[in-house]
Design a protein around this ligand. Structure first.
Ligand code: GLU
Length: 494
């Protein structure tokens, strides 16, 4: 059994699309709060909207959660004591809760048709009054009449009987502080639709209660649902959890983050080469801070130190430049082995094969220091490292050829031919330093500035003027391939 003091939180996505950045931030905060308090993190799929929910989206969300490293203690694929964790499989629990409410006289059937309700709304709007919700006409039907109409098979929904003279609905939000909403403007909201399905507010309250959720941490787009949900808790006689509403995430222009700002789903960030650790760190800092200044917060620190009282209600701004910087830091610190694993798809795009990576991971690990300080995103790997996979060929960048080789003409050719001799000299160990020293000595022999000597070599080996460290790269290639590239360049450029 659950220990009664245990913190239990949930992330409850609707599988109507991919996992968005805002949803991911909510998931991270819940996960970190559970971990920091030795509690449980529950994943629940809210699929009661049959027109928009798909199994495919559920799978995409689960995959994104796993990729982010947000392990859940209870939920789909994991199970748990309070499952199932998919709303469509919990219909009996909503039916049972409705029965409780009926017994308590807290709900009533409403037979008003959509046409009637639309007409009432239109009439209210035409008369210039603000439509304040359902006029409660069915609330006054006698129990006998209501039952007779149900028995006759008349279509109906079930509405919550918002108590008269309730007084304000109050709660202490862990982020927003004390909140108070007048109850007398609350609509007698629908809890169960005519097809028997629960509405969002009803299902959430039933689930959060049945799953023993202690803290509801979610986006502040749900803030206006909270007083409604509290009315449902009260009607059912269930304890109300603690709420913490997370502020909105804005784009750099101050507007709510949306497609207009570019990538918004976790998968898109993955495909653009952001590391899950960096993205989790970055998203955790949208609205929360450790101490107001620390920016690099590894996952284990987050899982230890996260607290609701350091969440701000100020809107958070999604600063992609900061994310890029942070991703670069994580790449720099991740180490060669982790890098090879994470870089796999992009190494393959650059020209590697799965088999080769598996066969000689140590060679791939040596690529890491060539780029560790230079990569902002992993998807830059093909652009930066493709030359390592060309074998004997070289893909010459036209601009580099024109500027470094042709403009310098005979001198560049002379440099290349001299360097080729050194590369071909088998008495020089095939290692970065001796090769570099031997080539550098040519600056004296040829009376040439280092730049004029090294740039042509760089173009011949890497295809362009801007590449990772030259002799460190050469060391990782074979002598035959490097010589073949020299020859190809000499033939093509002069
Ligand atoms: N399923 C809701 C959503 O995706 C979340 C509900 C909640 O957290 O209470 O917005």
């Amino acid at each position: 059994m659950t220990n009664t003091n245990e913190v239990r939180v949930r992330f409850a996505p609707s599988p109507t699309g991919m996992l968005h950045i805002g949803g991911a931030r909510t998931a991270i905060d819940n996960w970190a709060f559970a971990r920091a308090n030795g509690g449980k993190f529950i994943l629940r799929i809210e699929d009661t909207d049959p027109t928009r929910s798909t199994e495919e989206n559920t799978q995409i969300i689960l995959r994104a959660m796993r990729w982010l490293g947000l392990d859940w203690d209870e939920g789909p694929e994991v199970g748990g004591e309070y499952g199932p964790y998919t709303q469509m499989q919990r219909m009996d629990t909503y039916t049972a809760a409705l029965e409780t409410l009926k017994k308590r006289g807290a709900v009533y059937p409403c037979f008003c048709t959509k046409e009637e309700l639309d007409a009432k709304r239109a009439a209210a709007e035409q008369s210039g009054e603000k439509y304040t919700g359902y006029d409660r006409s069915c609330r006054n039907l006698s129990a006998e009449e209501a039952q007779a109409r149900i028995d006759a098979g008349e279509e109906h929904v079930w509405r919550l009987k918002v108590p008269e003279n309730h007084g304000p609905i109050e709660f202490d939000d862990a982020v927003y502080g004390h909140m108070s909403f007048p109850a007398d403007v609350m609509d007698d909201m629908i809890l169960v639709r005519s097809d028997g399905s629960p509405t969002y507010n009803f299902a959430v309250v039933c689930d959060d209660t049945n799953m023993r959720i202690t803290h509801v941490i979610r986006g502040d787009d749900h803030l206006s649902n909270t007083p409604r949900q509290i009315l449902i808790y009260e009607a059912l006689g269930f304890p109300v959890p603690t709420f913490a509403h997370l502020s909105m995430i804005l784009g750099a222009d101050g507007k709510k983050l949306s497609k207009r700002h570019g990538a918004t789903s976790v998968e898109e960030y993955r495909d653009r080469g952001y590391l899950p650790d960096a993205l989790v760190n970055f998203l955790a800092l949208l609205g929360w801070s450790l101490d107001g200044e620390t920016t690099i917060i590894p996952r284990d620190v987050l899982a230890r130190e996260f607290s609701l009282d350091r969440i701000t209600k100020k809107d958070a701004v999604f600063d992609e430049t900061k994310l890029d910087w942070m991703n670069g830091q994580y790449i720099k610190d991740m180490g060669a082995d982790a890098w090879v694993q994470a870089a796999r798809p992009w190494l393959i795009e650059a020209g590697a094969t799965e088999e080769d990576i598996d066969a000689r991971p140590e060679w791939y690990a040596k690529l890491y220091p060539l780029v560790a300080e230079r990569l902002v995103r992993m998807d830059e790997i093909p652009g930066k490292l493709a030359y390592m996979f060309w074998g004997p060929k070289v893909e010459l960048d036209e601009k580099s050829v024109a500027k470094v080789l042709q403009k310098e003409g005979a001198r560049a050719e002379e440099a290349l031919r001299a360097a080729r001799q050194i590369i071909a000299d088998e008495s020089i160990p095939w290692e970065c330093d001796p090769l570099q020293d031997a080539v550098r000595a040519l600056t004296e022999t040829l009376d040439m500035k280092a730049k004029f000597l090294f740039q042509p070599i760089r173009v011949a080996v890497c295809g362009n003027m801007v590449s990772p460290p030259l002799f460190e790269s050469i060391e990782l290639l074979t002598r035959e391939d490097v010589l073949a590239r020299f020859d190809a360049t000499l033939a093509a450029a002069f």
